[in-house]
Design a binder for this molecule. Structure first.
Ligand SMILES: Nc1ncnc2c1ncn2[C@@H]1O[C@H](COP(=O)(O)OP(=O)(O)O)[C@@H](O)[C@H]1O
Ligand SMILES: [Mg+2]
Length: 211
């Protein structure tokens, strides 16, 4: 059986990733595919426990380096128990955040040494790399306003302030520019329907073998 496809959704808070992930999952399922819609941090029982540690509490609960290690512990469990088995049986895995979020949140915006992050990425992710990454781009203040309206208890990163979120946006833009074959930038300031159309256009253009 051929390996499935691995698509990741990246970008700042309130960019519309979770909204669009549900829509893409429905479209792909409508084509008769097995879809595994998942998220990080989390996606497996162990990784969801780590998610609670990382996303709740005060902004300074963890240092960026500790946070990086927690994220990678969670990611490894998710990869081993969910992502790799799904890809091996031919499913399409669509994941709300992945390794680029660690590069951006703990690295570029948080200050963790990028050398540590790239070493972890190569040892932990290995060959489980996304076939396509959708980069949801919008001004940080717009995303934060959307996320605030949504609210909830997982607010640790939202509480880090506008300058942090502006660094994040720049970090995701830098990744997209450096890896254009993997990354497609999506204008996330558009309407939900327009963003959905852009996501579908990117999937059809970048992963034409899905037909
Ligand atoms: N294109 C859009 N325009 C306006 N509001 C949106 C759009 N996409 C999502 N939203 C709303 O913004 C909030 C955050 O969306 P969400 O999908 O949870 O973002 P993310 O997962 O990227 O943080 C939700 O209330 C959602 O309904
Ligand atoms: Mg979300």
């Amino acid at each position: 059986m051929t390996r499935g496809r691995f698509i990741t959704f990246e970008g700042g808070e309130g960019a519309g990733k979770s909204t669009q992930l549900r829509r893409l999952a429905a479209r792909l399922e409508g084509q008769g595919r097995e879809v595994v819609a998942t998220r990080e941090p989390g996606g497996s029982p162990g990784a969801e426990s780590i998610r609670d540690l990382v996303l709740r509490g005060s902004a300074d609960r963890w240092s960026p380096v500790t946070e990086t290690l927690l994220m990678y512990a969670a990611r490894r469990d998710h990869i081993e128990r969910v992502i790799r088995p799904a890809l091996a049986r031919g499913a399409w895995v669509i994941c709300d955040r992945f390794a680029d979020s660690t590069r951006a949140y703990q690295g570029a915006a948080g200050g963790t040494d990028p050398g540590l992050i790239s070493a972890l990425e190569s040892f932990i992710v290995e060959d489980t790399r996304p076939d396509l990454t959708l980069m949801f781009d919008l001004p940080a203040e717009v995303g934060l306003a959307r996320a605030e309206a949504r609210a909830g208890s997982e607010m640790r990163f939202e509480s880090k302030g506008l300058a942090f979120h502006q660094r994040l946006r720049k970090a995701f833009q830098t990744i997209a520019a450096a890896e254009p074959d993997r990354c497609a930038t999506i204008d996330a300031a558009a309407s939900i329907e327009a963003v959905e159309a852009a996501v579908w256009a990117a999937v059809e253009a970048r992963l034409p073998a899905h037909a």
